[in-house]
Design a binder for this molecule. Sequence first.
Ligand code: GLN
Length: 306
Amino acid sequence: MQAILDEIAKTIAASPERGQVASYIPQLARVDPAKFGIAVVLADGSCCSAGDAGEAFSIQSISKVFTFTMALERLGDAIWERVGREPSGDPFNSIVQLEHERGKPRNPFINAGAIAVADAVMQTCQPHQAVGEILQFVRLLADDGNIGLDAKVARSEKQSGDRNASLAHFIASFGNLQHPAPAVLDTYFDHCSIAMSCAQLARAGRYLATAGMIESGATRVISEQQARRINSLMLMCGHYDGSGEFAYRVGLPGKSGVGGGILAIAPSKASIAVWSPGLDKIGNSKLGTQALEMLVARTGWSIFGH
Ligand code: GLN
């Protein structure tokens, strides 16, 4: 595995076409597009990594996997009254379907859906409390108390968050938020600003590769059925209107973020995190996808066969 990751890191480092770093969140535009990290945590807990796998980056929408896991664990099937589970075929920040579908977002991984999920995990109107609980959950998953928010990224996104504010207020107008939109937005922006390294992220995703368990079968995070369902949602919706392309090229459940990270799950085998800040036109990591394509070709891990 180490030899495979070293080879991938070498190939990606030499790639001249790196995509465009996200610029609509000004703080993300400052990230060096030459960065690349990859980490693989196998089902037995062992870890291999290469490149900048120890450097923290903004996980952005990958955090939606963790908030959705909390919501599913707490609310069970009642979460499906708040959000759907079909791919949207639209960009991550699109508002068009929300009007037709009366404020019920198509799935939990587009921004609208993640805003409804943030509302669902809030137990009070206090964003700080909700964000504290989300962080605690992510630290537990990663077995790492050092994970935190990037306050500069959170501030930057709040200052340029008109589109997300529109989504939140529009959802609220249909009665699908239980807390005030500004408090829900604060929770959402803060959890998107969680900073993690590939090594931490791959470790945090391990429960999805091991049927809902962590610490080698000692702690259950969610049920086996719920883990399977989150993986299916990641496959169908985790890359927005690029989900079909990702399934075609990589063939693993995956969740991307505009920070250039991707968390991918090879069920029963491994949790994988990659990071390359340059994005394709849809907003998914260009070279991160390529790295996963190479990894799957070498390991035969595609869920669709060798
Ligand atoms: N925080 C970002 C936003 O709401 C997340 C988007 C993403 O990672 N695709 O715009």
